[in-house]
Design a protein. Structure first.
Length: 345
């Protein structure tokens, strides 16, 4: 196995950048940068210029500490993982009863939130995914699949675009080669995307299309139930795959539910129109429900804010508040402020 200077151009195509290079100490010059390609219960695999291989973990190091897309430094002679580099972005989710969040993917540029033009399309659920993407420090894109099943695609694109400012929304047939061109602007060399969404919306099909005919580990695809558009989980693990023509894609298992916790920044960004109005309320702790002098309620009354949008904000805000542990700042000065994960604010 060769060292880190073997093919810097290939490393750049894999997503290596100055952000990671600046973390490498001169004393670590003999170590090799490797990107985590898959995470299993008892093993990790990485990808480097020489190809994919299994990493040897040091004692007391658990695979659960790593996410697909992580960059690590590896001893090229023993294939032993030495340390993980800081993440530029990290996508994780909280599950009910779990002490720590579940890592989904790391060092993403773009998150494709996949939904289909049928009963799966749900603005409230899409907003949860958007809050997750915002908090992770990655760019969200709504990808509408099964567009051949509807007469008027704008019915779905207009609803999706209204969920967040400057939100990109695209429609495609996940089985068509044209899908590669539709998503090309986010899938160039050095860029990393992930697919997230419910089961049965076409994530695995889209992954197969993006990876091309030479994709050796083609994901199985499954049918959906016609009555509720729900499908079976056909992806059971997270893995990193090359996109034909450039870039990398991480597939993720379908999510039936998304527990909202520790997403304050993501929710603020998602509901920017409410966030910006709030400072104009008479009371600093206004709930935007019944208080006099509420600028948000005034906007609803004036027709400038959809009351359904405010209702969904309140539900997410309250769920996030109830599920997020309070972390005290230095010397008990209250909760620490935070920006998106993986980035300084």
């Amino acid at each position: 196995m060769t060292g880190p200077g073997t093919d810097l151009a290939w490393l750049a195509d894999l997503g290596w950048s100055a952000f990671f290079q600046d973390q490498v100490d001169p004393a670590e010059a003999d170590l090799m940068p490797v990107r985590i390609a898959s995470v299993h219960r008892s093993r990790l695999t990485g990808v480097a210029p020489d190809g994919r291989f299994r990493l040897t973990l040091p004692p007391q190091v658990a695979t659960t500490d790593f996410a697909v897309g992580d960059w690590v430094l590896v001893d090229p002679d023993t294939q032993t993982l030495v340390r993980r580099l800081d993440r530029r972005s990290v996508l994780d989710r909280h599950t009910a009863g779990a002490r720590v969040p579940q890592l989904i993917a790391a060092n993403l540029d773009t998150l494709f939130i996949v939904t289909s033009c049928n009963a799966d399309f749900n603005p409230a659920r899409l907003e949860r995914y958007l809050a997750l993407a915002n908090e992770a420090g990655t760019v969200p894109v709504i990808v509408l699949t099964k567009i051949d099943t509807v007469a008027d695609l704008s019915e779905f694109t207009d609803q999706a675009a209204a969920l967040q400012r400057d939100l990109a929304v695209v429609g495609l047939n996940a089985r068509s080669p044209d899908a590669v061109e539709v998503l090309a602007r986010w899938c160039g060399p050095g860029q990393t995307v992930a697919l997230i969404g419910s089961s049965g919306v076409g994530k695995s099909t889209l992954l197969n299309t993006l990876a091309g005919q030479d994709y050796e580990d083609r994901q199985a695809t499954g049918a959906i139930r016609e009555d509720d558009a729900k499908g079976r989980h056909t992806t059971t693990a997270r893995s990193l795959h090359a996109i034909a023509g450039g870039g990398w894609v991480i597939d993720t298992p379908g999510m039936r539910t998304l527990h909202v916790s520790d997403l304050s920044f993501g929710i603020e960004s998602l509901f920017a129109e409410i966030t910006e109005l709030a400072p104009n309320c008479r009371f600093r702790d206004c709930t935007h429900a019944h208080e006099p002098g509420c600028a948000v309620q005034a906007a609803v009354s004036a027709g400038g804010l959809d009351p359904a949008r405010l209702s969904r904000w309140r539900k997410l805000h309250e769920e996030n508040r109830d599920n997020t542990p309070v972390v005290s700042g230095p010397r008990g000065k209250g909760p620490r402020g935070k920006g998106p994960r993986g980035k300084k604010r």
